[in-house]
Structures are given as structure tokens and as C-alpha cells.
Design a binder for this molecule. Structure first.
Ligand code: HEC
Ligand code: HEC
Length: 285
């Protein structure tokens, strides 16, 4: 930069390089100044209209009172207003009446997915496809009955099937005979010895003389080949169930099977929705 200004009269800033290259103090171009003023005006205008400056415990509110959260709440209220007619109908009707109403049951089918996903899918899988240890809800095989009322009662009150352990009361040979009898039943095999034993032991009291189960007890149908408790070796699985029971107190190897009650977790309307939703998987009776 030159120490002496060789161009004293042209109003440069005194910043001169290589004796020739110099910075002039021309005002910025008009368009640039306009844009600058416009941005200042925009900031002031924005601050007048919208919330802008954070203060100690609050913030400048703006003249319109707009906030992002109020806009969100309005949008939610709008969706709720759209749902309200259907929600009111669901509250007023029984689950059976909802099923009979095509429009309403279609609404439940469409809107129940999230509720099912949040509350049920962890155990029963999406679409009620079932998981290891958790029954399939999409077939027409029901432990506790597949009418809409029975399904609703299952969801509201929960279920806990009880089968006593038989390890102490039956011999190993008897357990073998009973296990191959029930596995054979599901494969359509006749076994008179097994049948006689089944009907002479307490088995029939819960599963029925025909071994088809009773909805009131949740005692599985043993003849249909649909196993509540599955293992690679179905015979070994049946032996374990017979020996150690289901939810049998004091037996460390018993099967645990408990459907939790939802009456304190979900509203009555939501329970009805879930009953209709499960029914509409296709297995409802
Ligand atoms: C913690 C796991 C768990 C959750 C969560 C759960 N269930 Fe269950 N559910 C079970 C188990 C285990 C059974 C079987 C009980 C038995 O074998 O006695 C069952 C049984 C059922 C049955 C009876 C099936 C039949 O064959 O009769 C229905 C219906 C059902 N659940 C629906 C639901 C719905 C709807 C939800 C959500 C609102 C739900 N469940 C949430 C574990 C669960
Ligand atoms: C106190 C009633 C009760 C008695 C007695 C009883 N069961 Fe059960 N049993 C059940 C119930 C309930 C289930 C289903 C439990 C569940 O899924 O929650 C079951 C399940 C089973 C299963 C498993 C079925 C499957 O789908 O995986 C077998 C096998 C079985 N019982 C065989 C027998 C035999 C054999 C006897 C006689 C020694 C017997 N049970 C006695 C109530 C009983």
C-alpha cells in the first residue's frame, strides 16, 4: 500500500496498492441499498406480526398472536372435528352394531391400525399374525371364542388360561400316551388306548370328551392341528404342556400365557374398535 496518495483529488479511501490499484469511496449501487432497506423493513414487519425476540421468561408475541403450537393444535382440532361424527357413533353403538354398519366398520378398520400397533402388535404381530408364544388373531381358531362379544370381553378383561401340571399325578408312560394321542388326533389318527386314558383322567373335564376345547376355559382345541404352544417337535411340546401345565402355580417349567386386561388402559370406545378390528382380520364368528 502506498504511503502517499498519488490521487488526492478523486476521493479514494487512501487504500492504494501497486501505486495504482485503489479503493474508491463511491456509494453502493441503488439496488443494493434498496435490498438492504427492504430487509430491515422485513425484519421489523416480521417482528410486529410474529413472535420473535426471546425475553427472560417470555417472548415478543407479535400482533397476530400466531404460534407454531397453536397452528398445530388447530390442525389437530380440525382432524378431530372430522372424526367426531364417527367417534360419536362408535361411543353410542355396541361392537356388534359397529360391525353391522359398513361405513363405520370400514372407518374402524382404517383407523384401528395405529391403536393396534401401539397396544397389541408387540405380542400379536402386525395384522394379528401371531408370534412365538402369542396366538394368531387372524385365523378362525379361538381359545376364548370368536364372537364379537367374546373378543371384546377378552380385550377388556384379559385372559389367563389355566391348566394344571400333571408331572406329579401321571406316570411318564401315561404322559407319553396322552401326548401321542393328542398329536395323533390332530393328524386324524385313531388311538383307543389314548382316548380311554384321556377320558379317564381330568383332561376331558377341561378339554371336553371330544378334546375340542371349551371357550369358557380357553382350553385349546386339541384336534385341529393348530397349536397354541409350538415347538419343532410337537410331541415333546405336548408332553411339556401335559407335565407342567399352563400358568400352573409353583411349576418352574409351566407355560406362561396371559392376555393383559385393557379396560384400564384403553377407553371403552377404543376397546370396541379393537374388537371390531380383530374380528375383521377375517376370523370372527
Ligand atoms: C403382553 C402380550 C400381549 C399384548 C400386549 C396383547 N395380547 Fe392378546 N393375548 C396374549 C396372550 C399370551 C394370549 C393368549 C392367552 C392364553 O393362551 O390363555 C392373548 C389372547 C388374545 C385373544 C384371544 C385369542 C383367542 O384365541 O381366543 C385376543 C382376541 C387378543 N389377545 C387380542 C388382543 C388385542 C386386541 C390386544 C391389544 C389391545 C392384545 N391382545 C394385546 C398376549 C398379549
Ligand atoms: C384345568 C383345566 C385343564 C385340564 C385338567 C387339562 N387341560 Fe390341557 N389345557 C387347558 C387350557 C386352558 C389350555 C390352553 C391354555 C392357553 O392357551 O392359555 C390347555 C392346553 C393344552 C395343550 C396345549 C395345546 C396347544 O394348542 O398347544 C395340551 C396338549 C393339553 N392341554 C393337553 C391336556 C391333557 C392331555 C390333559 C389331561 C392330562 C389336560 N390337557 C388337562 C386346560 C386344562
Amino acid at each position: 500500500m502506498s504511503e502517499n496518495n498519488p490521487f488526492p483529488d478523486e476521493g479514494n479511501t487512501g487504500h492504494i496498492w501497486d501505486d495504482n490499484l485503489r479503493e474508491l469511496s463511491n456509494p453502493p449501487p441503488n439496488w443494493w441499498m434498496m435490498a438492504w432497506y427492504a430487509s430491515i423493513a422485513f425484519v421489523i414487519g416480521y417482528g410486529l406480526i410474529y413472535p420473535m425476540i426471546p425475553l427472560a421468561n417470555t417472548f415478543t408475541k407479535g400482533l397476530t398472536g400466531w404460534t407454531a403450537i397453536s397452528e398445530f393444535n388447530e390442525a389437530v382440532a380440525e382432524v378431530e372435528a372430522m372424526r367426531k361424527p364417527n367417534e360419536d357413533k362408535i361411543a353410542a353403538k355396541t361392537a356388534k352394531e359397529i360391525l353391522a354398519d359398513d361405513e363405520l366398520s370400514a372407518y374402524v378398520e382404517a383407523s384401528g391400525k395405529v391403536l393396534f400397533g401401539d397396544n397389541c402388535a408387540a405380542c400379536h404381530a402386525t395384522g394379528g399374525a401371531g408370534n412365538d408364544g402369542y396366538p394368531v388373531l387372524a385365523d378362525d381358531d379361538w381359545l376364548y371364542g370368536g364372537t364379537i362379544e367374546q373378543i371384546q370381553a377378552t380385550i377388556a378383561n384379559g385372559r389367563k388360561g389355566m391348566m394344571t401340571a400333571h408331572a406329579a399325578t401321571l406316570s411318564e408312560a401315561e404322559i407319553d400316551t396322552l401326548a401321542s394321542y393328542v398329536v395323533g388326533l390332530s393328524e386324524g389318527k385313531a388311538d383307543e388306548k389314548g382316548k380311554a386314558l384321556f377320558q379317564s383322567k381330568a383332561c376331558f373335564a377341561c378339554h371336553g370328551m371330544d378334546a375340542k376345547g371349551m371357550a369358557a376355559l380357553g382350553s385349546a382345541n386339541l384336534t385341529d392341528g393348530i397349536w397354541r404352544f409350538t415347538e419343532a417337535d410337537q410331541l415333546a411340546s405336548a408332553k411339556r404342556t401335559i407335565a407342567h401345565g399352563v400358568n400352573a402355580a409353583g411349576d418352574a417349567e409351566t407355560r406362561n400365557a396371559e392376555m393383559p386386561a385393557f379396560k384400564d388402559k384403553l377407553s371403552e370406545a377404543d376397546i370396541k374398535k379393537m374388537a371390531v378390528y380383530v374380528y375383521k382380520f377375517g376370523g370372527g364368528k
